[in-house]
Design a protein around this ligand. Structure first.
Ligand SMILES: Nc1ccn([C@@H]2O[C@H](COP(=O)(O)OP(=O)(O)OP(=O)(O)O)[C@@H](O)[C@H]2O)c(=O)n1
Ligand SMILES: C[C@](O)(CO)[C@H](O)COP(=O)(O)O
Length: 221
C-alpha cells in the first residue's frame, strides 16, 4: 500500500494580519510548515509528501529550506484560489491507488500517533476524519436580535488530518466547487460516501489568529 500526505499551505492568512503568511512564521525558531511536515515524516507509514504552496512563494520556501537545513523530500505543487482547488491540485499529482491524508500546513502540533491512526482507520474503513468535542456552549443565530441554544452533545469540531482511500477523494474532487466545501469530508460526503469520525487532539490547533501562534509556542514540546 502507498501512503501520501497532501499538506495545504496555499492560503494568505488574512485573519492572521501579518505580511508573512502564517505557514512561514517562526514557531520556536523554525517555520510553522517545517513542524507540520516533520510530524508526517516521523510517521511509520512513511507517506510521500505533496506540498501545496502559492506559486509566488515556491522560491521563498526553497530559500527557507536552505536557511534552516530542511532537506526532507517533497513534491511542490501550485495552490489554487480556494482550499478546495489547492487540495485538488495536490491530488491530481497522485497516479495510483493507496491512502492519502490531507492536512492544513497551519496545524503544526498534530501528533505523529494521530497521523498514523488516521492512515490505519482510513485503510480499514475508507476514510478517517478527526474531531474534538466542543467545550463551550453553542448558540444558533436566528436574526440580529435572536439566538437559540443548541445541544452541544450533537456537535463536533472537525480538524485535519482527514485520510481517505484515494479513489474516494478522487470521486469527491471530480465535483464542482461549492462554498460549503470547507474541508475534505464535506466534499467526499457530497459524493455519497459515509464519513467515519475518529477522535482528534485538543492541542492540534489551527493557527488562524495572532494569539494562536503564541499558544502553539507554549504547547510545543
Ligand atoms: N487557497 C487556499 C486557501 C487555504 N489553503 C490552506 O488551507 C489551510 C486552512 O486554511 P486557513 O486556516 O483558512 O488559511 P488561510 O486561508 O491562509 O487563512 P485566512 O482564511 O485567514 O486567510 C491552511 O493551511 C491554508 O494555507 C490553501 O492551501 N489554499
Ligand atoms: C479544514 C479545516 O481545518 C477543518 O477544520 C477547516 O475547515 C479550514 O477552514 P478555514 O476557514 O479554511 O480555516
Amino acid at each position: 500500500m502507498k501512503y501520501y500526505a497532501i499538506i495545504v499551505g496555499g492560503g494568505s492568512g488574512k485573519r492572521m494580519q501579518n505580511v508573512i503568511a502564517k505557514q512561514f512564521l517562526l514557531l520556536k525558531n523554525k517555520p510553522v510548515l517545517m513542524h507540520t511536515i516533520s510530524a508526517f515524516i516521523s510517521c511509520s507509514f512513511k507517506p510521500e509528501i505533496i506540498l501545496v504552496l502559492h506559486p509566488d512563494l515556491h522560491q521563498y520556501w526553497k530559500d527557507l529550506c536552505l536557511k534552516y537545513d530542511f532537506d526532507i523530500p517533497y513534491l511542490l505543487v501550485n495552490a489554487g484560489e480556494q482550499r478546495f482547488y489547492s487540495v485538488r491540485n495536490g491530488l491530481m499529482t497522485i497516479k495510483g491507488e493507496g491512502i492519502v491524508a490531507v492536512h492544513d500546513a497551519v496545524r503544526p502540533l498534530v501528533s505523529t500517533s494521530l497521523i498514523c491512526r488516521a492512515y490505519e482507520v482510513a485503510e480499514e474503513k475508507g476514510n478517517a476524519i478527526t474531531y474534538i468535542k466542543p467545550s463551550d456552549s453553542v448558540r444558533k443565530i436566528k436574526s440580529e436580535t435572536e439566538s437559540k441554544i443548541v445541544n452541544r452533545d450533537d456537535l463536533v469540531l472537525i480538524q485535519t488530518p482527514q485520510a481517505f482511500e484515494i479513489s474516494q477523494l478522487r470521486k469527491g474532487y471530480q465535483q464542482h466547487y461549492k462554498t460549503k466545501f470547507t474541508d475534505d469530508a464535506s466534499v467526499v460526503e457530497k459524493a455519497g460516501f459515509k464519513i467515519n469520525l475518529i477522535e482528534g487532539e485538543r492541542h492540534n490547533l489551527k493557527i488562524t489568529y495572532p494569539e494562536d501562534l503564541e499558544l502553539a509556542s507554549f504547547l510545543l514540546k
